[in-house]
Write a protein that binds this ligand. Structure first.
Ligand SMILES: Nc1ncnc2c1ncn2[C@@H]1O[C@H](COP(=O)(O)OP(=O)(O)OP(=O)(O)O)[C@@H](O)[C@H]1O
Ligand SMILES: [Mg+2]
Length: 147
C-alpha cells in the first residue's frame, strides 16, 4: 500500500510507474467518484511523454493519446455493463497502454493479465493505493517498485 498526500504526489507516482510499462500494458483503476483515477492517469500520460492535457473521458468512453507508447484512457462508467461489440478487446491487445477507470462495468471483457489498482479516499483527503498484479510481468513491476 502507498499513501499520497497531494495530487502532485500522485501524478509523480504515475510518471514513475509509466517508466515500467510496455506495449500492451493494462491497468485498471478502481475507486469512488473523485478518488483520483483521472489525476493518476495524468501522471501516467506524463511518463509516456504525452503533452496533451488528459482529462476525464466520461462522454467518450475512451480517448487515445500519442506518446512514447499510445495511451488508451477508458472510463467505463456510462456503459453500465453494455459493452458488447464496441471493439475494446482489440484495444487491450494493441501496442498501447490501457488505463481503465470503472473496470467493474467491463469486467467480463478485461484481459486476465493486468495490474489492478484500488484507490481509497481517506477521511483526511489523502489517497491510498492497493495493487493487485495478475500475471508475471505485473508481479515483476510491483516487485521492482516495491509496492
Ligand atoms: N491527495 C489527493 N490526491 C489526488 N487527488 C486529490 C487529493 N486531494 C484532493 N484531490 C482532489 O480529488 C479530485 C480527484 O478527481 P479525479 O477526477 O482524479 O477523480 P476520479 O477518480 O477520476 O473520479 P471519477 O470517478 O469522477 O472519474 C481532484 O479534484 C483533486 O484535486
Ligand atoms: Mg475520472
Amino acid at each position: 500500500m502507498v499513501t499520497f498526500h497531494s495530487e502532485q504526489d500522485m501524478i509523480n507516482f504515475g510518471e514513475k510507474l509509466a517508466s515500467h510499462l510496455f506495449p500492451g500494458s493494462v491497468l485498471t483503476l478502481e475507486g469512488e467518484l473523485g478518488a483520483g483515477k483521472t489525476t493518476f492517469t495524468k501522471g501516467i500520460g506524463r511518463g509516456l511523454g504525452i503533452s496533451k492535457v488528459i482529462n476525464s473521458p466520461t462522454f467518450t468512453i475512451v480517448k487515445v493519446y500519442q506518446g512514447r507508447l499510445p495511451l488508451y484512457h477508458f472510463d467505463a462508467y456510462r456503459l453500465e455493463g453494455q459493452n458488447e461489440e464496441l471493439g475494446f478487446e482489440e484495444m487491450f491487445e494493441d501496442e498501447g497502454v490501457c488505463v481503465i477507470e470503472w473496470p467493474i462495468f467491463i469486467q467480463d471483457i478485461l484481459p486476465q493479465e493486468r495490474l489492478d489498482i484500488h484507490i481509497i479516499k481517506n477521511e483526511d483527503e489523502t489517497r491510498s493505493f492497493l495493487f493487485e498484479a495478475h500475471g508475471e510481468v505485473y508481479e515483476e513491476i510491483t516487485k521492482e517498485m516495491a509496492l
